[in-house]
Structures are given as structure tokens and as C-alpha cells.
Design a protein around this ligand. Structure first.
Ligand code: UTP
Length: 289
């Protein structure tokens, strides 16, 4: 099965770190964000992955490539644990890369994958959106897709004052357990115009129809080609479905998000959780918090 990971955005909210390296290579603890996303795709059954990149792509390619020198060194030193980690990354999936020539928006990045995905249904996972879950989020969506036989997107309820940051949907009937028909979708609406607080997360199961709409699509919010605007066309044709996926979602779009993402993931590890708690207690005792 094929997955597409758009990772060509400029990441301007994270400048200057994103001046020469992709936002998707920002570390969440000791793994770059995109590794969590590639692992989710791979463990979810998507072993053919196309990453949409820009001119700063080299470091991303290197990360998933074979590093024979390092393998040899770790073998000689008998560092088996480190070697295992290295091999695991290198053998995750067949990864292909394609450059988005100009950063014209997420819709345009997805459009770059047209020739690669052909006529099959495929998954899109945003490279800066991490979902940690027992069952990979993209697999949860794929299973829903098999039931409804139409495109399915991941949803999450967000606080009212966050609706302006996301694509927001209006939900209709629940057609399968936890899978809802979508009756309306709008990109980054004003609080007062938002049809609900259900936001589109960075996971989608789509099919080739999307490319027709993207190709004829007009630039939308922010002067970019928005994926959300093209998704709206499914509503009046074969239908569009939404599913609140199970898992912890962390975002790295801004400095604050990235810092929080590191804390959220660290708190899942009992040893790190204890260290963080102890450090916070110390800060409190010293009156620095
Ligand atoms: P964002 O909306 O977060 O945009 O992209 P951005 O450009 O990366 O970041 P800012 O707003 O300038 O700080 C969501 C996802 O879509 C990809 C990004 O890499 C990210 O994974 N994207 C966005 C592209 O691949 N190409 C684009 O032209 C825009």
C-alpha cells in the first residue's frame, strides 16, 4: 500500500532552525518527527512511501538511508542495541523522494504525488503531525475506509479558540462505530463561522479523484492551494467520512507546540516522567516556577 508524506513546507514559524533543515527533522526526544510518521505508516501496512521534500531534503534522505560506515563501527564495538536501532530505521519501508518545486501549499504538495499513486486509494500523513497510538492511526483510518469504501479523514475535537488553525467539519450520521459522514468542511474558519469544534488532523485516506480537483483548484486561505478545499468535492460525490482516531496527537508547528510535544512524549516514558517531575518540584521549591 502507498503512503504520501508531505514534508516540503517552509516551516517559517520555526525559523531560524528551519532555515537550512526541514521542520520534519526537528527532534522529539531522540527521534526526528518524520521518523514517528514513517514508523506509523510502515507499522500500519504502508510500506511504499513517497516523501515530498524541498531543497533541504538531503538530511531527510540520509536519515533513512543505509549508513554502512556506522554499521561497521557499531559491529566492531559490539554495540548491539545501537546497531539494532540503526537497522530498524534503515529497513522501515521503501522510501521515495520527490521535490515540490515551489511551496504553493499542502494541496500542491499532494498533487505532486499523482503519478506515484496512480489509481489506488492511498494514505496521506503530514510530516509534522505525530500520532502515538497502539494501533497506528493510519491503520485505524484504512480499516474504516474498507468499511465505507470512500475517503476517510482523521478528526480531533479542539478548543473553540483553536478552530481558526484547522480545517473544521460538520458531522452527519454515524455510519459505522466511530465513523461519521461529513456534511461540510471549511479551512481555518473564524470562531463564529465554524460548523463545529471537530478539526481535521494530518491523516487522510484518499483516492485519485482528489488530483482532478487539486489540478483545477484555486488558491485558497493564505494564497496556498488548500487540500481541504478539494476534499469538499467528495461530499457531493462519493462521500467523505471522518473518524476521531485513538491516540495522542502532538504537533510541532510552532516553538510552543514543539516544546509541548517533547514533554508529552517524554511523559509516556516512566523514567523520564520521574526526572521531569523531580525537576519541576525542584524549580517550585526554588520559587522559579
Ligand atoms: P503547514 O501548514 O504547517 O506549513 O504544513 P509549513 O509551511 O510547513 O509551516 P509554516 O506555516 O510556514 O510555519 C503542513 C504540512 O504540509 C507540508 C508541510 O511540510 C507540513 O508537513 N507542506 C506545506 C508541503 O509539503 N508543502 C507546502 O507547500 C506547504
Amino acid at each position: 500500500m502507498k503512503a504520501v508524506i508531505p514534508a516540503a513546507g517552509l516551516g517559517t514559524r520555526l525559523l531560524p532552525i528551519t532555515k537550512s533543515q526541514p521542520k520534519e527533522m526537528m527532534p522529539i526526544l531522540n527521534k526526528p518527527a518524520i521518523q514517528y510518521v514513517v514508523e506509523e505508516a510502515s507499522y500500519g501496512g504502508f510500506d511504499q512511501i513517497l516523501i515530498i521534500t524541498n531543497r533541504n531534503k538531503k538530511v531527510m534522505e540520509d536519515h533513512f538511508d543505509r549508513n554502512l560506515e556506522l554499521r561497521e563501527l557499531l559491529t566492531k564495538k559490539g554495540e548491539e542495541e545501537a546497531l539494532k536501532k540503526l537497522i530498524k530505521i534503515e529497513e522501515l519501508a521503501d522510501i521515495y523522494y520527490l521535490r515540490q518545486k515551489e511551496q504553493k501549499g499542502l494541496g500542491d504538495a499532494v498533487l505532486c504525488s499523482e503519478a506515484y499513486v496512480g489509481n489506488e486509494a492511498f494514505a496521506v500523513l503530514l510530516g509534522d503531525d505525530i500520532i502515538i497510538s497502539d494501533i497506528p492511526a493510519v491503520k485505524q483510518l484504512w480499516e474504516a475506509h474498507l468499511k465505507v469504501k470512500a475517503p476517510v479523514i482523521a478528526l480531533e475535537e479542539v478548543p473553540e479558540d483553536h478552530v481558526e488553525r484547522y480545517g473544521i467539519v460538520e458531522l452527519g450520521e454515524e455510519v459505522e462505530a466511530g465513523v461519521f459522514k461529513i456534511t461540510k468542511i471549511v479551512e481555518k474558519p473564524k470562531k463564529e463561522d465554524a460548523p463545529s469544534r471537530m478539526a481535521v488532523m494530518g491523516r487522510y485516506i484518499l483516492d485519485h479523484d482528489i488530483f482532478t480537483w487539486l489540478r483545477s483548484g484555486k488558491t485558497g486561505h493564505g494564497g496556498e492551494l488548500q487540500l481541504t478545499d478539494s476534499l469538499a468535492n467528495y461530499i457531493d460525490t462519493k462521500g467523505l467520512y471522518g473518524m476521531p482516531v485513538k491516540g495522542l496527537r502532538v504537533d510541532i508547528g510552532s516553538v510552543g507546540d514543539w516544546l509541548k510535544a517533547n514533554l508529552q512524549v517524554a511523559l509516556l516514558n516512566p523514567e523520564l516522567k520521574e526526572k521531569i517531575t523531580r525537576y519541576l518540584d525542584e524549580l517550585k521549591a526554588e520559587g522559579r516556577l
